[in-house]
Design a protein around this ligand. Sequence first.
Ligand code: SME
Length: 161
Amino acid sequence: MKGKAEVFQQIINAVHDHAARTSDLDALQRFLVELIAAKLPCYDWVGFYMIDPRDPGMLVLGPFRGAPTEHVRIPLTRGICGAAAAQGITLIVDDVRAGPRYLACSLETRSEIVVPIRTAGRVVGEIDIDSHTPAAFGGEDRAFLEACSALIGDFMAARAG
Ligand code: SME
């Protein structure tokens, strides 16, 4: 069986290659979501929330894989998703039940990581991952997801430029 680091690198390489072959952000996001969901069993919900260009105080659900969520629009003032985007920092929550901030997507969720996506220094969205496993996300996951978010941010910057 492949180690986690090897799987992370494989995903990053595949997304990098795919980014060179498409100009469609939605298609690239779907590619990443599907690949992560297929390769990483602990990542039970995988999705994008993007800042609404017409309402910069609001996140809008993008491509995702996992249980359907009622949280299709999240104000930057709400949830772990809102906090990560508003502060522009990666947030890792080992036990989502321990704090008041969490907006429940699935009752099975135990831990969550949210990683902002930046274009030219500005937060334009984020990658959100939920796990049914408590404390599923550590430094390796964070580095991996920050690399994924940098690929998406660079892709958006190149498209805009
Ligand atoms: N848990 C997130 C909301 C998004 S759903 O989990 C998909 C939050 O607390 O912001």
